[in-house]
Design a protein around this ligand. Structure first.
Ligand code: ADP
Length: 271
């Protein structure tokens, strides 16, 4: 298995943020402006055209481009706002297993009928101090990536484990405090990532997805949430075989605050 521990990219990432925003928005705005100009030219050439003419068809097509660009711009803004949210707004003591169970149905729908969802939750896992919505976001972002990596179907396995971290070698990038961590592991049987993608996967705005489908903020958001809570993200990927993303969150000694949602089972189930 080819493994690569992702180095800290947070500072670099934040630095790239402003440039990335300007770049993507300028491209989208250029599309909006150019096509608006084409429409205006068409209309002013000889008045508003009659329906059914070539010119009318062209105007309709131009307007569709404008709409598309606006939709993409909106999607980017929403992702950006989530990504830029720096404060763990609503931190509680929670059981990650409860969050997974509560989200299972939504994840299944997100993955679609060609992808099997397997869930393997550790019993008696310690709690973590985190924002419930942000843990959900980690799961959704990783599930969407797994789905996109498996166009012909496959399996996504969500696992939770208790991990004892003994400390990092001196000078290690992205060093973690020694101690107990809760691991959320999302593994897929998809196409995997070549080295040059793996190296850049956590960077904001880095995407290999077709225009309009990827914003490149999914993993950057996961990374931001994990590092702000004192954890980290590691990605193992084998091209042609699959990807495993491990999110470590510091374990807490507190008892979980009950969360609304389905009654937890005694031990996690599969499927
Ligand atoms: P986006 O999903 O918008 O592209 P991400 O930050 O979530 O942004 O992912 C960045 C890139 O990393 C993706 O475009 C893809 O190339 C790669 N990637 C992420 N997750 C996976 C995965 N599970 N399998 C294969 N490649 C992945």
């Amino acid at each position: 298995l080819h493994a690569a521990l992702q180095r800290s990219r947070r500072l670099e990432s934040l630095g790239q943020l402003s440039g990335g925003i300007a770049h993507d928005f300028n491209n989208l705005l250029a599309v909006i402006l150019n096509y608006s100009a084409f429409v205006a030219e068409d209309i002013s050439a000889d008045g508003v055209p009659a329906a059914g003419t070539d010119r009318a068809a062209r105007i309709v097509a131009d307007l569709a481009e404008i709409r598309d660009a606006a939709v993409r711009a909106g999607r980017l803004t929403r992702q950006l706002l989530t990504f830029a949210r720096q404060d763990p707004a609503d931190t509680t003591v929670l059981d990650v297993g409860d969050v997974v169970r509560g989200l299972q149905e939504l994840l299944r729908r997100t993955l679609g009928e060609h992808v099997l969802l397997a869930v393997d939750l550790a019993a008696a896992l310690p709690t973590v101090e985190a924002d419930h919505g942000q843990i959900e976001q980690i799961l959704v972002n990783l599930a969407v990536n797994a789905r996109d990596a498996m166009p012909d179907g496959g399996t996504v396995t969500i696992t939770t484990r208790l991990v004892q971290h003994d400390g990092d070698p001196p000078g290690a990038a992205d060093a973690l405090e020694p101690g107990a961590y809760v691991a959320i592991i999302v593994a897929d049987t998809g196409q995997g990532m070549p080295d040059e993608v793996l190296e850049r996967a956590l960077e904001p705005f880095f995407t290999t997805k077709p225009k309009g489908q990827g914003t490149g903020l999914g993993l950057a958001t996961v990374y931001g949430i994990a590092s702000r809570s004192g954890g980290r993200v590691a990605i193992d990927s084998t091209p042609g075989h699959g990807t495993r993303v491990t999110v470590l969150l510091p374990a807490s000694a507190e008892a979980a605050t009950p969360v609304p949602g389905p009654v937890p089972e005694s031990a996690g189930g599969v499927g």
